[in-house]
Each structure stands twice: as structure tokens, then as C-alpha cells.
Write a protein that binds this ligand. Structure first.
Ligand code: CTP
Length: 406
């Protein structure tokens, strides 16, 4: 899948940089060519000579190198690649990318490129958890930057947690997915999976609407993970700032009613995952003109009507009920008890329950801590990145459908 591809590999200055040498080797084994770019800080961890020797290519390091600019200017360098990979993506590099800085070769290439960018973050757990990194990551995701990792584990600094760079084989797999070479022969090939994602917007008048805080990050990660396992994915999404996953069919909607119609239109499916945060209510009589403030009259009364429950309506179908129906339960209290009751009430097979209390940082964050509730009981998964949750769920769906003939 990577044969003949040209990858611009930006190596940031972190202890994980040594793994990038292994990454160069794996890319080459897969038939890709690698042009390495080292930041000043990266040179403290790996030498330009080793990167160049492994890549069999010139290593680029300086924005103002006259020889390099004469041979291939930085704009050309940023465009000659098929994909830009940043590994390790340090907190500093992520901040520069999110802020649009261009004060060295690496950051300038990242600003100048017209190609997709995949980052493999690596940093200390505190730095990963820092509010600034959270903000930067959210910005990068909404800019359409692809991410892989980080993993949880022991760190070079002696601490434990999220921040270890993804292992080189995982970065290669993410690179293949970025090329849209989703594993057509994966365990979900021949399967159709429906995913709902994001919030819904329920109009009050032409300029105002009711919505919620869903970013769509978890639903998007699930759509991408299912596609990487070979599924044909119908991805029904409410309005979000996040780029939809690669390799799915995107059906963009605004309201719950539109989402229900899109879901019905996409059936039949082998499995359906309802990750959308559907507004429970809509305004009964949407005003076609802007509601004005009238002096002395106070706020306008808003009469609400209940929205259709999309998950329940699909789970309760006799015909065209997907074999596996998965819902989410975003709760703030008695998470497992509420989610178990919700599973029974809505008639779905599995529920992924999560605690979205303000202190958890899950709503709008990049991590999730879920409990999978099935007929067999509750299974709590450790807190992990939303992409990791998605990959685990996709693997479970593949295993469950694998037991049913295609
Ligand atoms: N859901 C749906 N259609 C709705 C409301 C919810 O498809 N109108 C789906 C969501 O996508 C999610 C699950 O139902 O998979 C749970 O949604 P949640 O909002 O947590 O549950 P509610 O039904 O709103 O229950 P409650 O307000 O009591 O928490």
C-alpha cells in the first residue's frame, strides 16, 4: 500500500526520536521513500548521519541553507511528498502547528504543505494532560490533522501514563490508513456499518439553535477505525468542526429529524453505532423570521417537542434491524446503573457508558473512559485516547460479526 509513496518525515526533539529511525526502516520495507527533516532539538537525540544513512536520502535541517534552497526550496520540499508525518510530535511542535508558527524548517514545511499531515505525539504525561496541549490537539484535529497514539506506559522520565509515542508498526498502519488504503481485506470487509456522530442543531429561528457540547471526536474516530478494518461505513454526522474520518461515506445533517431520515435511508446495515449526541428536544414552532426583543415583553416562550429516539427506533425494528446495535450513554451520576437501564429501555445490544461530569474533561477532550455494557455484564476499559477506544470497539464489533455469517 505504501509502495512508491514519498513520505516527508519530520523528527521532533524528544527521546522517542530513536524510534523514528526504526520507522524509516519500516517505511522502506513497505516500499516507501522517506525524506527526513530534523529539528534542532531532534539532533540532540539522533544524528543527521544515521537518519540519512537509513533513509538513503539527504537530511534537511535548516530553513536558511542556501545549498538546500538551491537544490529544492522549502515550499517544493513540503509539496513533493505524498504525506507529511511528524514523529515524534513534541508538545512544542504541536503548539507551533496549532498556532501557525513558521520559525524553523520543520514548522515552515508544516505551514507550506498542501498534503495531509499525520502526527505521532510523544511527551511527558503532565505535558500531554496540560490544558495548552489539550487546546492545541483540539485545534489540530479540527484542522484535519491525523493522529496516532500516544500510548500509555512507562516513560523515559520515570513517570507512568499517556505520552509514549505509538510504536513504529502502529505509525505505519496509521500511515496506510491516511493514504485511504483502508484494509479492504480486513475483518469487516463486505460489512456495512452505520455510525451517527456529533451533535444535532435544533433551530429556534434562522439565527439561533439548541445544541450540545459534543465535538464528534469519538464518533469520528469510530467511523475511521471501522473503515480501517474494511467496513463500508455510512457516517451520519451533525454539524462539527472536526474533519470526517477518511474512507467513509459522509451524510451531513443538522437536526434529529434529518438524522433519523438519513439513518433510515442508509439501512440495512450489519451493525450500527449511535455515537451522536442527539438533542432530546426541538422547538415546536420554528420561527421563519428572527425573533426580536420587544421592550417590556420579556423573553419569548419556547415550546419544546420531544425528538424521535433514533437508536431506540432502529433497535426495535423487526425488519432491517442491524445484527448489532450499539448505543452510548453519557451520564453524570450512577453511570453503570443508568446505562444498564438505558440498554434495556432502548433495546440495543451494547451500550458504551461514560462519565461526562465536568471534572472528567471527557466532553470535548481527546480521551475517554468507557464501560462496555452487554448482556453478559459491565466491562470497564481503562482511560485511553478516543482513537484507542474506537479501535477497541471496532475490533469487538468485528469479532461479534465474525461469529455471524456474512
Ligand atoms: N439517541 C438517539 N436519539 C435520540 C437520543 C439519543 O439515537 N433522540 C442515542 C444516542 O446516540 C446514544 C443513546 O441514544 O447512543 C443515549 O443517548 P442519551 O442522550 O445519553 O440518552 P437519553 O435517551 O437522552 O436519556 P437521558 O436523557 O435519560 O440520559
Amino acid at each position: 500500500m505504501l509502495a512508491g509513496k514519498r513520505i516527508l518525515l519530520i523528527i521532533g526533539g524528544g527521546i522517542a526520536a530513536y524510534k523514528s529511525l526504526e520507522l524509516i526502516r519500516l517505511y522502506q520495507k513497505a516500499g516507501a521513500s522517506v525524506v527526513p527533516v530534523l529539528t534542532r532539538a531532534a539532533e540532540q537525540f539522533v544524528t543527521p548521519l544515521s537518519a540519512s544513512a537509513l533513509a538513503g536520502e539527504k537530511v534537511y535541517r535548516d530553513l536558511f541553507d542556501l545549498t538546500d534552497e538551491a537544490e529544492m526550496g522549502h515550499i517544493e520540499l513540503s509539496r513533493a511528498a505524498d504525506l507529511v508525518v511528524v514523529a515524534p510530535a513534541t508538545a512544542d511542535l504541536m503548539a507551533k502547528m496549532a498556532g501557525g508558527l513558521a520559525n524553523d524548517l520543520a514548522s515552515t514545511l508544516l505551514m507550506a504543505t498542501d498534503k495531509r499531515v499525520l502526527i505521532a505525539p510523544a511527551m511527558n504525561v503532565r505535558m500531554w494532560d496540560h490544558a495548552a496541549t489539550r487546546r492545541n490537539l483540539a485545534t489540530l484535529l479540527s484542522d484535519g490533522v491525523l493522529t496516532v497514539g500516544p500510548d500509555e506506559g512507562d516513560m523515559a522520565c520515570g513517570e507512568f501514563g499517556f505520552g509514549r509515542m505509538a510504536e513504529p508498526p502502529a505509525i505505519v498502519a496509521a500511515t496506510e490508513a491516511a493514504f485511504g488504503g483502508e484494509a479492504l481485506s480486513g475483518p469487516l470487509s463486505g460489512r456495512h456499518v452505520l455510525v451517527t456522530s456529533g451533535p444535532t442543531h435544533e433551530p429556534i429561528d434562522p439565527v439561533r439553535y439548541i445544541a450540545n457540547r459534543s465535538s464528534g471526536a469519538q464518533g469520528s474516530a469510530i467511523g475511521g477505525a471501522l473503515a480501517r478494518l474494511g467496513a463500508r461505513v455510512s457516517f451520519v454526522t451533525g454539524p462539527t468542526a472536526i474533519a470526517p474520518p477518511h474512507g467513509v461515506e459522509v451524510i451531513a445533517v443538522e437536526t434529529a429529524a434529518e438524522m433519523l431520515a438519513a439513518v433510515e435511508g442508509a439501512l440495512p446495515a450489519d451493525a450500527a453505532v449511535f455515537a451522536a449526541a442527539v438533542a432530546d428536544w426541538r422547538v415546536l414552532r420554528e420561527s421563519t423570521s428572527k425573533v426580536k426583543k420587544a421592550p417590556g415583553e420579556g423573553p419569548p416562550p419556547l415550546e419544546l417537542a420531544e425528538n424521535p429516539d433514533i437508536l431506540a427506533s432502529v433497535a426495535r425494528r423487526n425488519e432491517t434491524r442491524p445484527t448489532l446495535v450499539v448505543g452510548f450513554a453519557a451520564e453524570t451520576d450512577d453511570v453503570i446503573a443508568n446505562a444498564t437501564a438505558k440498554r434495556a429501555r432502548k433495546g440495543c445490544d451494547w451500550i458504551l457508558a461514560n462519565d461526562v461530569s465536568p471534572g472528567t474533561g471527557i466532553m470535548g477532550g481527546s480521551e475517554n473512559a468507557v464501560t462496555l455494557i452487554t448482556e453478559a455484564g459491565a466491562e470497564s476499559w481503562p482511560r485511553m485516547g478516543k482513537v484507542a477506544v474506537a479501535e477497541r470497539l471496532a475490533a469487538r464489533i468485528a469479532a461479534a460479526l465474525g461469529e455471524v455469517a456474512a
